[in-house]
Design a protein. Structure first.
Lengths: 183, 472
């Protein structure tokens, strides 16, 4: 993601998912760079059409989980063997089987919290953030493609608009955000 | 897509006959190779483990069809026929179990001798009063007969119902829900009960309240793995062209999920019994952990069935690559066979000669007295051993550990009676497994060749054809 978010966009709106998917494929084929895609419901095949790479979120989740596992096992080991060893029901001082449920819980906790927070931060969804709304109807029945128009010339913008209309867009419009309108 | 049927070629038939022949050879091998004092325990435990395992896989095929049908599932439609044909083995599997049980009750083998022993001598012991009812021969064998009959019937009904034309009619669709719901109920009860009747009763002193679930998860893994291997095979022969890595990916996810589920149950079963440390429960583990061989197979099974899927099958690329998922599936089928081996082979294969004096008490010369309280026929000995176990429980870290020479059981022998377990996974076991696999596949392919592989008029077919597993 860019360090400075662009403020000037071209937004194309479609009203049918099949047309929308084909439009994405054709536009990408023409070399048009798509900034974002907004749909009212999950569209099957959208990831492939947009050419998205596999998310690395689950890899992060694995490492968060591994942190939880390590922390739980090492902490309980330290407490039970070194810091405060107690004889519980004749069990050894290092009763690994009884560590497993807690280890499991901490693994899940770390993985879940870590992944959730990573997801929110990466998507800029922290508290107090004013979301940028490209078009209100993307939550209803419109499929939107957003193009970054910050560094494009007017001619390039017009060619994108024409291409969208040719691919069946029902509406194409400019959208400019001021700095006050959030990220 | 064209209407295509699987062609059961002669060369494939020949290969399966060879597999079954190897199985017979294996049975002869284990029959001859068994220790003479063992009452052919090895032969019968081989038959039991494999019959049970493959019947479970077959039943799970019907379970998958029922569950997805009830849950409005669409992704599996292209593979529906595979799961239904997998259940063909359920037509004989239940009766094989019945045969094994009947032979046990007729005293042909000693697999269920502990239960029989309680039946004959356990009167007056309040602990076993309910078991006397539950394991009354006619009730016991009657139950297994009912399961066998129900499974065979359902397998035939499923085959006919889902195989015949016009799946798309509304009336038929409604009826399919009813059929699926009926099977789920029958399966839920019978698969739990058969696990008690056939497997848990090998050691009548040991209880595990999640044993039905545990077995379900175990052959569930094997069934997903079997379906993956079969699909890879059929695709390599040019069938099932529309089934692609997306479908195998979904099957792989189920395989992964069931592996974790199996581990959860394995651990829940182990941890509670380890923590509670009740002699009757811990016996089960002590018996296994004291034999170096079973220590290896138990923890080996845990590594193969848990750690391997956890680190290998978790990757998306592994689940979508036919070679990798095929390898994983084959390994897990073996791993869950070993799991059933751990449950079925231990009890029947103790050295009976050494045990006969102590009535089945498994006595190791070094340190362990097991089943002491339950099997001692003399009341005095029984009481002494029970007390010993209870008192020691407070002092020692392992409650079942009774010091050698101090109490009851071996004083009855008057001599050292080292008990050895004969069970191991040798050539015989592998051959018998191959034989059963051949029988299973023979029934599978002959069922599959009868009808179209792809249910053309299934209302969910389109959904399955378009299946697409995204990154998310």
């Amino acid at each position: 993601m860019d360090s400075v978010a662009p403020n000037k966009f071209v937004v194309g709106l479609w009203d049918h998912e099949e047309v929308y998917l084909h439009a994405i494929e054709h536009l990408r084929h023409k070399g048009v760079k798509i900034y974002d895609s907004l749909t009212p419901f999950p569209v099957h095949g959208l990831d492939e059409a947009l050419g998205m790479k596999e998310t690395r979120l689950h890899t992060a989740g694995f490492f968060f989980g591994a942190t939880g596992t390590t922390l739980a096992l090492s902490f309980m080991t330290w407490v039970m063997t070194t810091n405060y060893p107690i004889d519980f029901g004749g069990k050894p001082n290092w009763p690994v089987p009884s560590f497993i449920p807690i280890t499991f819980e901490l693994t899940v906790l770390f993985a879940a919290w870590g992944m959730t927070l990573t997801y929110l931060v990466r998507n800029k969804l922290w508290p107090g953030r004013v979301p940028r709304i490209y078009d209100k109807r993307t939550t209803d029945d419109r499929f939107a493609l957003v193009f970054d128009a910050e560094s494009l010339t007017d001619a390039e913008i017009n060619s994108i608009k024409d291409a969208c209309k040719k691919e069946g867009a029902v509406d194409v419009k400019d959208k400019v955000f001021t700095e006050a309108e959030g990220l | 897509m064209t209407n295509e049927k699987f062609e059961f070629t002669d060369s494939l038939k020949k290969n399966l006959y060879i597999m079954m022949g190897l199985g017979l050879l294996g049975l002869v091998w284990v029959f001859l190779g068994d220790h003479e004092s063992n009452h052919h325990g090895r032969l019968w435990s081989n038959l039991l483990a494999n019959s049970y395992y493959f019947t479970g896989i077959a039943l799970f095929g019907m379970f998958v069809v029922s569950a997805t049908q009830l849950a409005y599932g669409g992704w599996q439609t292209l593979m529906k026929r595979i799961f239904i044909s997998m259940s063909a083995f359920a037509r004989i599997g239940g009766f094989l179990l019945l045969l094994i049980l009947a032979a046990g009750i007729a005293d042909v083998h000693k697999l269920y001798e502990h239960v029989s022993h309680i039946m004959h001598t356990g009167h007056g012991d309040p602990k076993y009063s309910t078991k006397l009812v539950y394991f009354a021969s006619w009730f016991w064998i009657g139950r297994v007969f009912v399961y066998a009959l129900l499974w065979a019937t359902f397998s035939i009904v499923f085959d006919r119902f889902f195989g015949e034309a016009d799946q798309s009619s509304q009336a038929k669709y409604k009826k399919s829900k009813l059929l699926a719901a009926a099977f789920i109920v029958v399966f839920a009860v019978s698969e739990s009960a058969v696990s008690w009747d056939m497997i848990m009763s090998l050691d009548p002193h040991w209880f595990s309240t999640l044993f039905g679930w545990y077995n379900f998860a175990s052959y569930g893994c094997a069934a997903w793995a079997t379906s993956i291997l079969i699909i890879i095979y059929l695709k390599s022969k040019g069938y099932l062209n529309q089934v692609n890595e997306n479908h195998v990916h979904d099957l792989g996810k189920m395989l992964f999920g069931f592996s974790i589920f199996w581990t959860y149950l394995w651990f829940s079963q182990f941890m509670l019994q380890w923590y509670a440390n009740i002699p009757e429960d811990t016996n089960f583990w002590v018996k296994r952990f004291d034999e170096p061989y079973f220590k290896v197979t138990i923890f080996g099974a845990l590594i193969v069935n848990f750690l391997f899927p956890l680190f290998f099958l978790i990757k998306r690329s592994a689940k979508r690559n036919f070679k990798m998922i095929g390898f994983g599936a084959a390994l897990l089928i073996f791993g869950h066979y070993v799991d059933f081996f751990n449950y079925t082979f231990v009890e029947p294969n103790w050295n009976h000669e050494a045990m006969e004096h102590g009535h089945g008490a498994a006595v190791k010369s070094e340190n362990v007295v097991m089943l002491a309280e339950a099997h001692a026929t003399e009341a005095a000995h029984g009481a002494a051993a029970t007390d010993a176990v209870k008192h020691e429980g407070h002092e020692a870290s392992a409650a079942v550990e009774v010091k050698h020479g101090e109490h009851g059981v071996e004083s009855k022998h008057g001599h050292e009676a080292p008990v050895k377990n004969f069970a191991s996974i040798g050539i015989g076991e592998i051959l018998v497994f191959i034989g059963f696999a051949g029988l299973f596949l023979f029934m599978f392919f002959s069922n599959l060749s009868k009808r179209n592989i792809v249910p053309e008029d299934d209302p969910y077919l389109k959904e399955s054809e378009k299946l697409n597993v995204t990154w998310a």
